[in-house]
Write a protein that binds this ligand. Structure first.
Ligand SMILES: CC1=C(CCC(=O)O)c2cc3nc(cc4[nH]c(cc5[nH]c(cc1n2)c(C)c5CCC(=O)O)c(CCC(=O)O)c4C)C(CCC(=O)O)=C3C
Ligand SMILES: [Fe+2]
Length: 391
């Protein structure tokens, strides 16, 4: 497929401007501590059964305590919930937005319980991760399945009967709204840097085994990032009127040292660039949709200190946050998902998904075996929003 580097066209608004069959939107996120007393129980929730070394946990607890024990992620999700509500209202769409997290309050189960109590029976979920891998796709879907089972049991439903039907918006790394908001943010960062710097895209590292298993749903996790990076760098270059040289680096690795994770680490990469004569960089965190702890600590605290040590001029580009093109794009994605759900149940034609870059749109419904933790290894947990929840 020829890469589409133009940032338009967007999803046509008119024929798909309907949220039916959905009666609620779940903003589905990771969660984070609200104060020092939350830090350890939160970290235990995140790392249960994950084999993260104790030293790494103590180190990450310090990152949170460095910021008073509170993660910025919760305030950012509240802001996104408000922005989505406002954009839906602006378009005259009636869809209440509830917010629930995998690892901390408000928990997914409670958000779904509130939607159910308000009469919702068919929910569309929007995950706050733009890329597909176990961490950004299946793990959310496993937690969603468990939350639905727990809520069903709480409501006294017969075994195996779920209280709500939940569909998920497709993984949106190559949706025009996400890409355009990143192009804006990186262009602004170059204006602030005031120099011709190299562009260093950054995302969360994952184990090599998780990267390999991410191939089941299409392009792998790192390939998805390379696609976005190429599109963003080309569009920024067009705006600046020059060629922008770029790389992809990783942050926040956490497993034991013996376990290979995606590299290079952003700090190592800055050292390499400085040694090769680079004097200025823009650091663009395309792997994250808001400035949560990985951005606040691993980039703004650690990577910017590394750059200063090396005498590199550095500026960190904004995450997409609540930028207008991103929020508009998320609502377009909800409408696209709704149109696909209606098409599946009737003869209504399904809209062609809007994408930019060289990769096709991800599936709405995950393929069997999509985004396992490791090839051939299953967590044993069923996963929602899949063609086969038990595969
Ligand atoms: C790909 C990816 C994303 C991006 C997609 C997305 O956005 O969802 C992401 C997001 C996040 N990760 C977060 C926090 C943590 N992640 C950890 C551990 C891990 N992350 C992993 C991957 C990812 N993580 C992996 C493979 C592990 C190893 C254990 C495991 O296989 O699960 C640990 C344990 C300690 C440590 O080892 O670092 C913590 C505390 C927070 C909240 C931040 C805040 O509070 O602001 C957010 C948004
Ligand atoms: Fe993480």
């Amino acid at each position: 497929m020829a890469p589409n580097t133009s940032l338009s066209p967007r999803t046509p608004a008119a024929p798909t401007a309907d949220v039916a069959p959905y009666d609620a939107l779940l903003l589905f996120s990771f969660g984070g501590p609200n104060g020092p007393e939350d830090v350890l129980p939160f970290l235990r929730n995140v790392t249960a059964g994950k084999g993260i070394p104790d030293e790494r946990l103590a180190e990450v607890a310090e990152h949170y305590h460095h910021f008073g024990g509170a993660s910025p992620i919760n305030a950012q999700n509240l802001a996104l919930q408000r922005a989505l509500t406002a954009e839906l209202e602006r378009r005259g769409l009636d869809l209440p937005v509830v917010w629930g997290n995998r690892n901390w309050e408000p928990y997914t189960r409670d958000a779904l319980a509130a939607a159910h109590a308000d009469g919702a029976r068919r929910v569309v979920a929007l995950v706050t991760s733009a890329y597909a891998s176990y961490s950004g796709c299946r793990q959310y879907r496993e937690n969603l399945w468990t939350a639905l089972e727990d809520l069903g049991a709480e409501l006294g439903l017969p075994d195996g009967e779920q209280p709500l039907a939940v569909d998920k918006v497709r993984t949106y790394f190559n949706h025009p709204g996400f890409v355009e908001a990143n192009v804006d943010a990186v262009t602004e960062a170059y204006e602030k840097l005031g120099a011709d710097g190299r562009l260093v895209f950054v995302t969360h590292s994952i184990p090599d085994t998780m990267e390999a298993a991410s191939a089941v749903g299409g392009a792998t996790y790192s390939e998805q990032h390379l696609d976005v990076a190429a599109t963003v760098a080309a569009a920024v270059g067009e705006r600046l009127g020059r060629t922008v040289e770029w790389d992809l680096a990783y942050c926040s690795r956490s497993g034991p040292p013996s376990q290979p994770w995606l590299e290079p680490d952003v700090n190592d990469h800055l050292r390499t660039l400085a040694a090769q004569g680079t004097t200025a960089v823009v650091i663009a965190p395309i792997g994250f949709i808001s400035d949560h702890m990985e951005v606040a600590f691993d980039l703004d605290t650690e990577a910017l200190a590394t750059a200063a040590e090396l005498g590199l001029a550095a500026f960190r580009a904004d995450t997409v946050g609540t930028r207008e093109p991103f929020v508009r794009g998320l609502v377009d994605l909800v409408l696209e998902r709704a149109a696909h759900a209606r098409a599946a149940g009737s003869g209504e034609p399904a809209p062609t998904p809007a994408v930019v870059g060289g990769l096709p749109a991800r599936a709405d419904v995950c393929a069997p075996g999509c985004c396992r933790q490791r090839d051939g290894v299953d967590s044993g947990l069923p996963a929602a929003c899949s063609a086969d929840p038990r595969s």
